[in-house]
Design a binder for this molecule. Structure first.
Ligand code: SF4
Length: 176
């Protein structure tokens, strides 16, 4: 039986994004396990360099880190620099690309072909997230409920935030 077309409200418009973005995003989702491993190594290296960041000052280091993080993650994941990255919990699919900004799973409007109801050319980020998470070592992190987005962190470096938090936790454990 043919699948009925999704209901389209009259007179609505949606943001058209470049298809090329979806291609790279889709590649990232398909290689989520390798990217997860790479990120773990990268995060370990950043943590190893904690004394350097501390000497420079995290605030100053961030000024140099933000453009690098933005360039890399924008290309790979269409990152919106929310400053509280959850890629490793969402199958390497950035939830900030959901036009409704949903951080905890899809809305009820996913089309029959797995695309977004607002941007029909775009695969639903949560369909991609679920697929990506299934190949990851810690893929079940997708079930952890995410906190609401803290917009005061927008434009800051998630990489350095995670590093400073991990360093603080490590120091707390090492304290006698
Ligand atoms: S979750 Fe935030 S920091 Fe991570 S890729 Fe998406 S917008 Fe960028």
């Amino acid at each position: 039986m043919p699948v009925p077309a999704a209901y389209e409200p009259a007179g609505t418009t949606y943001v058209r994004r470049r298809r090329s973005r979806f291609t790279v995003r889709h590649w990232a989702m398909r290689h989520s396990r390798s990217l997860e491993t790479l990120y773990r190594v990268f995060a370990g290296t950043l943590l190893h360099l904690h004394p350097v960041w501390k000497a420079i000052g995290y605030g100053r280091a961030e000024k140099s880190m933000v453009p690098v993080e933005r360039a890399f993650k924008s290309f790979m994941f269409d990152c919106r620099m929310c400053g509280q990255c959850v890629l490793t919990s969402t199958g390497m699919a950035c939830p900030m690309n959901c036009p409704k900004g949903l951080r905890n799973g899809p809305c009820g409007g996913v089309r029959a072909d797995g695309h977004c109801e607002i941007e029909p050319e775009m695969p639903c980020v949560w369909v991609e997230a679920w697929k990506g998470s299934r190949t990851m070592v810690q893929g079940d992190l997708i079930n952890v409920v995410q906190k609401p987005v803290d917009h005061s962190l927008r434009g800051t470096s998630s990489w350095l935030r995670v590093t400073s938090q991990a360093a603080a936790e490590r120091e707390a454990v090492d304290k006698p």
